[in-house]
Design a protein around this ligand. Structure first.
Ligand code: SAH
Ligand code: SF4
Ligand code: F3S
Length: 374
């Protein structure tokens, strides 16, 4: 019996799939080379933009023929996209050959859903869940080991679906994180540890007693061994001076920071509920560069947020030029059902968004070329 997992979305999903893989192997399934060879196919989905969801629908739909040829094939769809009831229902109704539809919070119980398929199709969406500390990971990322430090997000940026599908911020205990990293390093295969969370800078605020992200970083660096430590993603509103200090001081921490700005215009940042201004963002960049002149700084930007004018978009371009990032990701704003921004007046035309995203990519190429020549 063989399994195959198709993963969409962010590194957290990639890591979540490492847990699904270990559940499948515990059940006696072996990894298939391609989906056609599998007896169990799992889609671990992402809801961040419409494009991500449409790809899932297309790929699930394409399995109809395979299921006809092999009726015993079990097909499961899980993750952020199916955590939304509307999408879960859509999949149940549109693809009658899908056996299991579950959300993010049901995933630790994946084995039970597979076992119950004998009795019929399974659909269940738990509302919120504790962080699972029991199921091991089947690590699949070479000499990098992902280590989850928290789940969920409390920020409710007005464009973003994550708080709705991942729940509120919950931090793992520092003890469990340190134990996992010690065990991972003891295997001798891993040279890099990447800490994961939607907003790692607010790590530990929910713990009693609370633990700061800076302390967690410092304590991880005390662990013996040769390894590089990095993390994602930082939110500018919470990237405090003590975190910048620790990154600068600790040799084990890689000097690279992904710090999504989203926009360079204060009115848009406010509408996005990002809780910082362009000036505050530039101030943090200045502090990072002062402490670590060679730090690699990257960012994310959204173009075509509702009501964004041409002039406001120019502010994003000027911010990108001013910082001279080492890399950026640029996204066209995608309205997500249930979020505040999707209800705003003044949605921007797709053609305008496309043009703006292309302008950012051209600008990004120019910056990288100039960096190489200098
Ligand atoms: N937690 C991280 C980002 C998670 S999502 C943070 O706060 O930075 C990764 C990126 O997707 C975001 O930085 C944002 O640029 C983009 N994104 C999120 N929602 C989006 C939407 N509705 N449309 C377009 N891009 C979006
Ligand atoms: Fe989404 Fe904002 Fe949370 Fe990032 S911080 S996951 S963009 S709500
Ligand atoms: Fe997508 Fe969920 Fe990550 S929506 S970006 S897979 S947290």
């Amino acid at each position: 019996m063989k399994y195959f997992i198709v993963t969409y979305g962010c590194q957290m999903n990639v890591h979540e799939s490492e847990k699904l893989a270990s559940i499948c192997e515990k059940m006696g399934y072996e990894l298939a080379e391609k989906r056609e060879d599998a007896d169990l196919i799992v889609f671990n989905t992402c809801a961040i933009r419409e494009g991500a969801e449409e790809r899932v629908f297309g790929n699930v739909g394409a399995l109809k023929k395979l299921k006809k040829k092999k009726p015993s094939l079990i097909i499961a769809v899980c993750g952020c996209s199916t955590q939304k009831e509307s999408t879960a229902n859509y999949i149940m109704n549109t693809f009658p050959f899908v056996d299991i539809v579950i959300g993010t919070f049901n995933m630790p119980n994946f084995e039970a859903y597979v076992n119950a398929v004998k009795t019929g199709r399974q659909m269940e969406l738990l509302k919120e869940g504790e962080i699972d500390e029991q199921i091991p990971y089947k690590r699949t990322s070479g000499d990098n080991a992902w280590v989850n430090i928290m789940q969920g997000c409390n920020n409710f940026c007005t464009y973003c679906i994550v708080p709705y599908v991942k729940g509120r911020e919950k931090s793992r205990s520092e003890e469990n994180i340190l134990k996992e990293i010690r065990e991972v390093l003891a295997e001798g295969k891993y040279k890099k540890i990447t800490l994961l969370g939607q907003n790692v800078n607010s790590y530990g605020k929910d713990l009693v007693p609370s633990v700061s992200f800076a302390k967690l970083l410092k304590d991880i660096c005390q662990i013996e061994g040769n390894f590089g430590l990095t993390f994602m993603t930082s939110h500018p509103k919470d990237l405090t001076d003590d975190v910048i200090d620790v990154i600068a001081k600790e040799d084990k921490i890689l000097k690279e920071i992904h710090l999504p700005a989203q926009s360079g215009n204060n009115r848009i940042l406010k509408l996005m509920n990002r809780k910082y201004t362009r000036e505050k963002y530039l101030d943090i960049i200045y502090k990072i560069r002062t402490a670590m002149p060679n730090a690699r700084i990257t960012s994310d930007f959204i173009v075509g947020f509702p009501t964004e004018t041409e002039k406001e978009f120019e502010d994003t371009k000027s911010l990108i030029e001013e910082v001279g990032f080492d890399g950026i990701f640029a996204f066209m704003y995608s309205p997500r059902e249930g979020t505040v921004a999707s209800q705003m007046e003044g949605q921007v035309d797709d053609l305008v968004k496309k043009r703006r995203v292309n302008e950012l990519l051209t600008l990004e190429k120019k910056i990288q070329k100039n960096k190489k020549n200098n």
